[in-house]
Design a protein. Structure first.
Length: 482
């Protein structure tokens, strides 16, 4: 769509415009920073939908609309959940930065200022936030604003101390010595879910934190839907002892003994897990195993031998699982036979793969994951959605953003799936009989019971009708009964 006239937005104007686009689409928009942080692209998050609009960043509180595509295509299959609106979150962030004493009416003011309709049968789920979630958001925005220091280590120390005082249910610590520092953080919201995870995934990135300090994430997939970061940690000295300190602190706090731990082939991670969780089976990511092999073709006397070796290893890593044990054993014997006539390749195989066979061979993997895609997907989300085109950041900036934005976003995704909108049919399985219970029917019974209690209370004057009148009126208006 060609823009006929120049449109300049303030932050609030941008939020209002974005909400208008979301309401029109009946779907949330995502955000991407483009072209060296000079532009922001907002796009409809429905799969394959072309609708989007771009703004140029003029200054801290001014944006210029430079492109908009309003035509939506929601014909593709979609099994994704809707998450909280990026514009709604921006509004609340700005709201709490300027007036954090009005938390009780924050949602009402947001609906009013952003012109979110309240007259429909239900509030769109991307704007439906419970008071507890808003309180948590306000507290984290407040934490982001306070007690900064030019020194990022001092700033992070103060921030961690604040969180420990204000949110004692979370696991968070920052230990600093002369030549080392270790930080770890695990949100309380993930504690209960951790007990249902069969395979935990651990990975790191060296691109976010300054001085090439690796940021680690301990992740897992909940109910085949959501990847959740159960633990973040970093150590200035990337040794297995420091990794072990952080992982053990988390496991003691959450009181679990993981069955499988998936990772890349980094030796310091494997040693840390092996010594801290000896009962867990270490699983090397199959993709990383094959990539590592591809880099060692020069160890083989001929390209033909290397290709034979690579194809056999590919079958052993991915194809020949426990159900094909005889074929796996035969393929492994072929590998050893192939290496017998190639001493350099045999030495490489013995050192890197032979004595770690249970970590990479599909035959021994049982129910563990074949790849470390879960951890890698989480870091892609972290880099692209929360830290786009940003590298070598202050340690306090990254951790505070993780605490105030990243974790709340992941928690909201879980809460939405836990408490879907009332108009969905929710079915749960009874363990004893495997019978399906229509939750709608159960809620109908409970609703009638509660309404009867209200009716009796008003009839016998045991409750002041003025206390429930406003609430009942709003409910009836929203459901079009009056």
């Amino acid at each position: 769509m060609e823009l006929e006239e120049e449109t300049i937005f303030t932050v609030m104007d941008l939020c209002k415009f974005g909400v208008k686009q979301e309401i029109q689409a009946q779907y949330g928009y995502g955000e991407r920073v483009r072209k060296e942080r000079s532009q922001i692209s907002f796009h409809c998050k429905y799969p394959k939908c072309p609708a989007h609009f771009n703004v140029a960043i003029l200054d801290q509180n001014k944006y210029k609309l430079i492109k908009i595509v309003e035509e939506h295509d929601h014909s593709a299959p979609n099994d994704k959940s809707q998450y909280s609106s990026v514009f709604y979150r921006k509004y609340l962030e700005h709201y709490f930065q300027t007036d954090d004493n009005q938390r009780a009416i924050a949602q009402l003011n947001a609906f009013k200022d952003l012109e979110i309709p309240l007259t429909g049968p239900s509030i769109p789920e991307m704007y439906a936030q419970k008071p507890r979630a808003i309180k948590r958001f306000a507290e984290r925005i407040h934490a982001l604003q306070t007690r900064y220091s030019p020194d990022d280590v001092v700033s992070l120390q103060i921030f961690v101390q604040t969180v420990q005082e204000e949110s004692p249910d979370d696991l968070i610590a920052f230990e600093v010595s002369d030549n080392n520092m270790c930080f770890y953080y695990a949100p309380f919201e993930g504690k209960a879910y951790a007990h249902s995870i069969k395979t935990f995934h651990i990975d790191s990135t060296y691109k976010l934190l300054r001085s090439n300090i690796p940021l680690y994430a301990f992740t897992g997939k909940i109910k085949d839907f959501h990847i959740f970061p159960f633990l973040y940690f970093f150590c200035q000295l990337d040794t297995y002892q420091n990794i072990q300190v952080c992982v053990c602190a988390y496991l003691r706090w959450v009181t679990i003994e993981p069955e499988y731990i998936s990772m890349d082939c980094a030796p310091q991670i494997a040693q840390a897990i092996e010594e801290s969780i000896p009962q867990a089976q270490i699983l090397w990511c199959g993709v990383h195993v094959l990539r590592a092999i591809l880099r060692k073709s020069n160890k083989f006397s001929s390209q033909e031998k290397f290709e034979q070796f690579y194809n056999l290893m590919k079958d052993l890593v991915f194809k020949l699982d426990a159900e094909h044990e005889e074929e796996a054993n035969a393929a492994y014997d072929q590998v050893l036979e192939l290496l017998d006539t190639d001493p350099t390749a045999s030495q490489y195989f013995n050192r890197q793969w032979r004595y770690n066979i249970s970590r990479w061979i599909a035959r021994d993997r049982r129910e563990g994951d074949a790849t470390n895609n879960i951890a890698e997907a989480h870091f892609r989300t972290l880099k692209h959605d929360y830290f786009p085109d940003r590298k070598n950041l202050r340690i306090d900036d990254v951790i505070i953003e993780i605490y105030t934005k990243v974790i709340p976003s992941f928690v909201i995704k879980l809460k939405i799936d836990q408490n879907p909108a009332d108009d969905r049919v929710i079915r749960i399985m009874e363990k004893a009989t495997n019978a399906e219970i229509d939750v709608k029917r159960q809620r109908k019974i409970e609703s009638i019971s509660m309404l009867n209690r209200f009716l009796n209370a008003v009839s016998d004057d045991s409750i002041d009708p003025t206390k429930i009148y406003p609430t009942l009126k709003v409910l009836l208006q929203r459901t079009h009964f009056i």
